[in-house]
Design a protein around this ligand. Structure first.
Ligand SMILES: [Zn+2]
Length: 246
């Protein structure tokens, strides 16, 4: 079984227009997904940039607030296409003011969504609901946060792991394209993301070319079924032990 990696990038600039997160309206399909926690949102228009990104040495780039979209420079597109990397397509983001296409980067689209596969018991979750913690509520109200107003969809999202690994059921990692997204949503507050995972093949191309700007965290793959069977066996054994005074 090959290894898989969660890919993220450095963040350069903000999606436009950035005031009041207005980019959401211009970049994502209206009336799809939750307007409060943003789980379920779907991009339907190009991302809008203020300028061409300046980080010339970074082949991989990202935007603040948007943790599940990747932008790449020309050599990445060329090499990925040459090597037959699957599960990706490319488009140009646009300048917010002129609506002309940027010339130096592409958005790398990943549209394959994995089946439900996260083993998330080591991760914190947040439910989209009226805040129950009084201190949190006071803080959000003081900041005029929309997280107090709702509507609330009741969906769960996982906080991005801090120091732990993302863990998935290995059974779904068969016959996949080289780029996929998680079924589960990650983030906090109004930020909702479906992280991108890449195959070992993509990792080796990135390393071979010494490209900068991509951060790769290996994910852990476990056999969910075997683990459940094991737990079942263990609890049976515990009961037997106590009954038989072993
Ligand atoms: Zn929601």
């Amino acid at each position: 079984m090959n290894n898989w990696y969660h890919i993220t990038t450095g963040q350069f600039g903000y999606p436009q227009p950035e005031d009041d997160f207005e980019y959401l309206e211009l970049t994502y399909e209206p009336n799809i997904g939750c307007p409060t926690c943003h789980v379920g949102i779907r991009q339907n228009n190009p991302f809008r940039f203020r300028t061409e990104p300046k980080a010339k040495n970074s082949q991989f780039l990202g935007l603040n607030w948007v943790f599940d979209q990747i932008f790449v420079r020309e050599p990445v597109k060329t090499e990925f296409e040459k090597n037959g990397i699957t599960g990706i397509s490319f488009s140009r983001p646009i300048f917010h003011k002129s609506e002309k296409e940027l010339k130096t980067i592409y958005q790398l689209h990943v549209d394959t969504i994995l089946p439900k596969a996260l083993i998330g018991e080591n991760l914190n979750t947040e439910k989209c609901e009226y805040p129950t913690d009084k201190k949190m509520l006071k803080f959000l109200k003081a900041n005029g946060s929309g997280l107090v107003d709702g509507p609330f969809c009741g969906d769960l999202k996982f906080n991005f792991p801090q120091g732990q690994k993302m863990t998935f059921d290995f059974e779904v990692f068969e016959n996949l394209p080289d780029f996929v997204r998680t079924y589960e949503w990650f983030g906090s507050g109004g930020s909702a993301n479906q992280p991108i995972l890449i195959s070992e093949k993509v990792k080796s191309i990135i390393e071979l070319n010494n490209w900068r700007g991509a951060f790769l965290d290996q994910i852990e793959l476990k056999n969910k079924k075997a683990r459940i069977a094991n737990n079942g066996y263990n609890s049976l054994w515990q009961r037997a032990k106590s009954k038989l005074n072993l």
